[in-house]
Ligand binder design. Structure first.
Ligand SMILES: Cc1cc2nc3c(=O)[nH]c(=O)nc-3n(C[C@H](O)[C@H](O)[C@H](O)COP(=O)(O)OP(=O)(O)OC[C@H]3O[C@@H](n4cnc5c(N)ncnc54)[C@H](O)[C@@H]3O)c2cc1C
Length: 611
């Protein structure tokens, strides 16, 4: 077996993942920690990495406090309503009160934000969204992080966190490998901020075969933000709260600008408004949550799904009226150019001109994330001046593992952060991590050589498996002694789809299915010891799969624990089909013990701080 070099990097603060929140964490850590060594490590290249890689056409979280448009409390009410009552109001408020300052920085750094010619204010797409020319959003944000960082390490996939030799409950760094050179990296750090994005491809996607990369959430979002903290015993919250998106069929192009700015609307195959049809049955399931404004996203999904099940699909968005207006037509197309060019290509390939034909909508496969309209992620300590005492055990955004912070998709309980809120939360975590590092004084964490040497063997094992096992076959990809990452991924997606409420099961599951799903995931985990990686690219795929499987197990445990259907339209517990505020107006928490492989589940209270 080839010997791999081990390279050591020392840092005061290590930021894992250079997406929106990672760039925010890097930027702010430098602001408060002028003399500290701030290192950002990213598996791609921060210039174009993460969910914003392709660009965005709107910033979805902006209060507009300078014009008295909204206050942070309004945003907390909005997110709480959309999440059917369950959000960490302290975390949401903390982001909302700082997010405008972040957006103003983006503009200063060169991001073109559209303005309303009449008022001179930012052009609103909706109550919370402002419109941008955002093709270069990520490079602009990355430039600020690059200038702030002591060092940025691109192309390094972080596989594990390292714990302190003296105090095993304290983080001490991370290991990973360079996906181009194959070098092994040991990062030794006083604080680690995990900002490694959400999870796609844990449920079977609608687009399979040659189209499998065509998912709504970025296909490279591989659940590291969850697996890394889970493996070291961090508590996770709301992992059952997966998201399903209503989007344009086959391209998953964004619909926000269409609904909000172009004022398009939906109808069934017979040109009828179908949402009122389902009002009474939704009310029976969830009570007066259906009467809230705006109607929670999951309930609108639910109405669409029921209408399709009743045989009146496809559901279409009425674009033909809006596209008669040349301004709106331009906005409609520019929206795709700035964000999802693929949707325009799909329409062209399917002979859909939205001026003439109302395009079909569909619901996506489920994803797991903490920054969009759902709030899966790590359980984090809240802001000192605002969080109830039960939500405070240390520094702001510190997880339940000492010295381990997070932001963006990584942090649970606080939905509707989006790109600007994720960057803001990164800033909040960065500032707190600097305080933590300064307070550490002489008690600095140390990594154990035995631990990282062991991990080095584990990390490259799939390449060894392949090298040894490939001689047993003369052709093809099926081997008696290893499985390829793609095979493992498809097996995972099938299990999650069929047992945990994916598209193939109409998002429906129950206790027997979940229990069997966990057994099958257990068997898959056993087989992951036999992953085979042909090259470094496949080695990255192998570790992405490992992270996805662990996160999936966590999702399944949470789904089993919450015996109610809190978010119809995202998923259904057929054995508990109704929302149950009596028993489940609470957060779900899990903790994984990597030695025993067991999960501990508990409930945590939801405090309503904003009236
Ligand atoms: C299709 C789509 C449309 C969206 N539309 C909007 C919109 O219109 N407006 C808006 O404001 N927001 C929008 N969002 C949401 C926004 O993009 C996210 O909220 C935000 O990017 C989350 O930030 P993050 O830092 O948590 O994750 P990301 O920005 O995804 O960053 C995660 C980073 O971690 C890296 N990484 C992952 N694993 C590892 C590892 N193991 N080792 C090292 N690095 C790793 C990734 O490569 C990535 O760079 C959209 C998202 C998507 C996918």
């Amino acid at each position: 077996m080839r010997r791999r070099r081990t390279l050591f990097v020392d840092a005061d603060i290590l930021v894992v993942g250079g997406g929106m929140s990672g760039c925010g964490a890097t930027y702010e850590s430098r602001y408060w920690g002028r003399d500290l060594k701030i290192v950002c490590v990213e598996k791609a290249n921060i210039e174009r990495s993460g969910a914003v890689a392709q660009g965005l056409y709107a910033i979805n979280c902006y209060m507009g406090m300078q014009w008295n448009e909204n206050q942070p409390e309004d945003h907390v009410r909005y997110a709480r309503n959309d999440l059917m009552g369950l959000v960490r109001e302290d975390l949401g408020y903390d982001i909302a009160r700082h997010v405008d300052a972040t957006v103003h920085k983006f503009e200063e750094w060169g991001l073109p934000i559209m303005r309303d010619p009449k008022t001179g204010r930012y052009q609103r797409e909706g109550k919370w969204q402002i419109m941008i020319h955002g093709e270069s959003y990520k490079p602009i944000v990355a430039e600020a992080a690059r200038k702030a960082a002591s060092e940025v390490y691109n192309r390094i996939m972080v596989t594990h966190l390292l714990m302190d030799k003296q105090r095993p409950k304290r983080v001490a760094g991370a290991v990973g490998f360079n996906v181009r050179t194959g070098d092994f990296y040991v990062f030794r750090a006083k604080a680690v901020i995990v900002t490694a994005g959400g999870a796609s491809h844990i449920f079977k996607p609608r687009a399979v075969g040659e189209g499998m990369g065509r998912t709504w959430y970025a296909p490279w979002s591989s659940a590291s933000a969850y697996a890394l903290p889970i493996l070291v015993g961090a508590k996770m919250t709301q992992m059952e709260n997966r998201i399903v998106l209503t989007r344009f069929k086959d391209g998953y192009g964004p619909v926000g600008a269409y609904f909000l700015h172009l004022k398009t609307y939906t109808q069934n195959a017979y040109g009828q408004d179908y949402e009122p049809t389902w009002y009474n049955s939704i009310r029976e399931r969830v009570g007066d949550y259906v009467d809230r404004h705006p109607v929670p996203t999951c309930l609108r999904n639910h109405a669409l799904l029921e209408e399709v099940k009743a045989g009146r699909g496809p559901i279409r968005m009425v674009t033909t009226e809006a596209f008669k207006d040349p301004h709106k037509e331009t906005v409609g197309w520019e929206n795709f150019l700035g964000m999802t060019i693929g949707q325009a290509v799909v329409w062209a390939s399917q002979n859909i001109d939205p001026k003439e034909i109302n395009p079909e909508l569909t619901t996506s496969e489920p994803y797991v994330m903490g920054s969009h309209a759902t709030c899966s992620g790590a359980w984090a300590s809240g802001p000192e001046d605002y969080a109830p005492s039960e939500y405070q055990w240390g520094y702001n955004r510190m997880m339940t593992v000492e010295g381990l912070f997070g932001a963006g998709d990584a942090i649970g309980g606080s939905a509707h952060k989006f790109s600007s809120g994720s960057f803001t939360e990164g800033r909040i975590a960065g500032k707190a991590a600097v305080r933590y590092v300064n307070d550490l004084g002489k008690q600095q964490p140390q990594v154990s050589e035995a631990e990282y040497e062991d991990l080095k063997k584990v990390v490259y094992k799939p390449m060894e498996n392949y090298e040894v096992g490939r001689n047993e076959i003369v052709a093809g990809t099926v081997s008696p002694s290893y499985i390829l990452p793609i095979h493992g991924l498809q097996r995972l997606e099938k299990i999650m789809d069929e047992y945990v409420g994916g598209i193939g099961a109409h998002y429906t599951t129950n206790e027997p299915l979940l229990t069997r799903g966990l057994e099958l995931l257990g068997m898959l985990k056993e087989d992951l010891a036999h992953l085979g990686a042909e090259d470094l690219h496949q080695l990255q795929r192998a570790w992405e799969l490992q992270h996805r499987v662990l996160a999936s197990e966590c999702v399944t445990q949470h789904t089993l624990f919450r015996t109610e259907t809190r978010w119809p339209g995202y998923y259904y517990r057929a054995d508990h089909p109704k929302l149950d505020d009596q028993d489940w107006h609470c957060f779900t928490l899990s903790r994984y013990d990597r030695d025993s492989g067991k999960w501990e589940m508990e409930k945590a209270p939801v405090y309503h701080i904003v009236d």
